[in-house]
Design a protein around this ligand. Structure first.
Ligand SMILES: NC(=O)c1ccc[n+]([C@@H]2O[C@H](COP(=O)([O-])OP(=O)(O)OC[C@H]3O[C@@H](n4cnc5c(N)ncnc54)[C@H](O)[C@@H]3O)[C@@H](O)[C@H]2O)c1
Length: 442
């Protein structure tokens, strides 16, 4: 099929490249001409495992990028909307969605054949039918559900393993406004024949995405709340949660073997969730609920616990040393391993707090340094890609992102008295001379 993807961020670019990889003809559209040029030159503007290789395999053949949205629409049968949906002052900001829908609608006005528009961006329930549909109809002069198909198709990929998640989806949720739209989408995804496909209405599709993210965020904040109490009571949250994980309803025993489901990753203490989804999506759902006169106290607390958690890590540091005049290595800037995305990363809160307290900070990250340097600037902050160099002369190391290379810290710090404050509980206290961490007793 011939497919346009509007927005070449993490979702749009991965979706576009993967759809081309499985055989579709794809044109990705972005407002950012530099991004478009880079993509057409075969260079991915974002880091995702395997993305550069797949892009290299399709670019100039079944895949291209452009800034010409109308030209892309005219040359395709389906348009996927993958623009940003940030949280605004007090609710989801649908500005990019509305603008893109109006532009797509204007392009559809000149098209004399059926075209399907698919919302892949995460939008609050009701948006596809009540905001995108009317914007498309007004700008195109066409009837939604007859001349123009419309669907909501949430994306569940995880940054860091986005290509793998897209190519091996656990589910495909299709919220179409009519049967014809669903037929087109079934063809688009026909290659994923062994994946369960859920046919629902658009509002349900929208709610499935928010419910999934809200559940995972809740598990994280729950673990952090419990972890903070554990530390106070003199128990170790890692041991406590290990005992919880062994519940057969969380880790089933299948054919005599213990299965360890991926969800357990979210049942662990840390210095809080970040990224471009959980924080904004939970806030958007809470605001949406409250606007509908349905208060959401659990999810509101999920946000509150999360916002306080970077400070918990700093408190653990202060129990051992005063940051003023100290040299602190902050290990990790990406909001999670495997990505260069720093949006809402705890590091963005922790480093300014350390600077305010008079610390000299060196930030290490294997791939996200250009992004964090652009966000935090140079004042009193060094950026170092070599872990050994970053640790040189440090009084303490704060582990903020669970990059696998940090497993080498015990070896690198052997015999030294550098304090390690583990914000992800990925190291064994016994392997380090001076250790503290979230949810750790003592
Ligand atoms: N990042 C994730 O892991 C993830 C996972 C699932 C769902 N989502 C959702 O997908 C959506 C996109 O997220 P993202 O992280 O890829 O966003 P992003 O901010 O990385 O990228 C959005 C892109 O859209 C472009 N854009 C905006 N308006 C445009 C227009 N009118 N025409 C062409 N291009 C336009 C921007 O220039 C930008 O490159 C969001 O709703 C997000 O919540 C994200």
């Amino acid at each position: 099929m011939r497919v346009s993807v509007v927005g070449t961020g993490y979702v749009g670019l991965v979706s576009g490249v993967c759809l081309a990889h499985v055989g579709h003809d794809v044109v990705c559209v972005d407002l950012d001409a530099d991004k478009v040029d880079a993509i057409n030159a075969g260079s991915s503007p974002i880091h995702e495992d395997g993305l550069a290789e797949l892009l290299g395999g399709v670019v100039g053949d079944r895949f291209r990028a452009t800034t010409d949205l109308a030209g892309a629409i005219a040359a395709t049968e389906v348009t996927i909307l993958a623009v940003g949906t940030p949280f605004g002052e007090d609710r989801i900001d649908l500005g990019q969605i509305v603008a893109a829908a109006e532009q797509i609608g204007a392009a559809l006005a000149d098209l004399d054949r059926y075209h399907v528009v698919v919302v892949k961006s995460t939008v609050v329930p009701g948006t596809t039918e009540e905001v995108v549909g009317p914007a498309l109809a007004a700008a195109s002069g066409k009837r939604i559900g007859q001349d123009v198909g419309l669907a909501m198709n949430p994306e569940f990929l995880r940054e860091g393993v986005a290509v793998e998640d897209f190519l091996e989806p656990d589910r495909i949720v299709l919220g179409g406004v009519d049967e014809r739209t669903l037929e087109v989408l079934s063809e688009l995804y026909s290659v994923f024949e062994s994946t369960p496909i859920l046919h629902v209405d658009p509002r349900t599709a929208e709610m499935i995405k928010y419910t999934s993210n809200a559940l995972l965020a809740t598990l994280i904040s729950f673990s952090n709340e419990v972890g903070n109490l554990c530390a106070e009571l003199g128990t170790d949250v890692t041991e406590v949660l290990e005992g919880v994980h062994l519940d057969r309803r969380l880790s089933p025993i299948v054919d005599g073997q213990r299965v360890s489901p991926g969800i357990l990753v979210y049942l662990g203490a840390g210095c809080g969730f970040g990224g471009s989804c959980f924080p904004k999506d939970v806030k958007a759902l809470v605001a949406h609920g409250e606007a509908a006169d349905v208060p959401m106290p659990i999810l509101r607390s999920v946000i509150d616990v999360n916002e306080a958690q970077p400070e918990v890590l700093l408190d653990r540091l202060r129990r051992h040393l005063e940051p003023d005049g100290a040299r602190i290595a902050v290990l990790g800037a990406a909001f999670k391993p495997g990505t260069d995305d720093i949006r809402e990363s705890p590091t963005l809160k922790i480093v300014p707090r350390l600077r305010e307290a008079g610390a000299h900070v060196v930030v290490h990250d294997p791939i996200a340094l250009p992004n964090v340097r652009a966000a935090l600037g140079e004042d009193g902050i060094d950026y170092e890609a070599d872990l050994e160099v970053a640790l040189k002369g440090a009084d303490a190391a704060l582990l903020v992102t669970a990059w696998p290379e940090y497993a080498a810290l015990p070896e690198l710090l052997h015999g030294s008295d550098v304090l390690v404050v583990d914000g992800r509980r990925m190291l064994s206290p016994a392997d380090l001379g001076r250790y503290d961490g979230v949810g750790y007793p003592g």
